[in-house]
Design a protein around this ligand. Structure first.
Ligand code: FES
Length: 149
């Protein structure tokens, strides 16, 4: 049995230690906001936070999470940066098909929480691992700048 704190709740899951966190979140805990895209750490659709930092859930065996680490999925986001990012996403109508957007938002929240004045280079660096097939990149950049104000 593996215990983890997810979205502020203690959960226990009976899964192998090498199961990717992505499948624990989606299949064991039923939180399907975190998406499977590539499965090899290249697209960012599976981005969640571990202790506030963005990680690729498809590349994170659940057994490697340190005891006491806090996992946050798109279902559990809260706080100033999360509210600002969500408001900016709505205001600027960022989403097209939407599939990648939970991962985009998780990366954006981590950026905005730590940097209230991100440059284009900061945004490029933080969002580099999040791919959008609809190419909403310009709106994502504008929304991050809006959220950071
Ligand atoms: Fe994890 Fe693509 S599904 S990075």
């Amino acid at each position: 049995m593996i215990r983890l704190t997810i979205n502020g709740q203690e959960r226990a899951v009976d899964v192998p230690e090498d199961m990717p966190l992505l499948w624990v979140v989606r299949d064991e805990l039923g939180m399907t906001g975190t998406k499977f895209g590539c499965g090899v750490g290249q697209c960012g659709a599976c981005t969640v936070h571990v202790d506030g930092a963005p990680v690729r859930a498809c590349q994170t065996p659940v057994g490697t999470l340190a005891a006491g680490s806090r996992v946050t999925t798109i279902e559990g986001i809260s706080g100033k940066a999360a509210e600002a990012v969500q408001a900016a996403w709505r205001k600027l109508d960022v989403v097209q098909c939407g599939y990648c957007q939970s991962g985009q938002i998780m990366s954006a929240i981590a950026l905005v929480a730590g940097n209230r004045n991100p440059s284009d280079a900061d945004i490029d660096a933080a969002m580099d691992g999040n791919v959008c097939r609809c190419a909403t990149y310009q709106r994502i950049r504008a929304a991050i700048k809006d959220a950071a104000q």
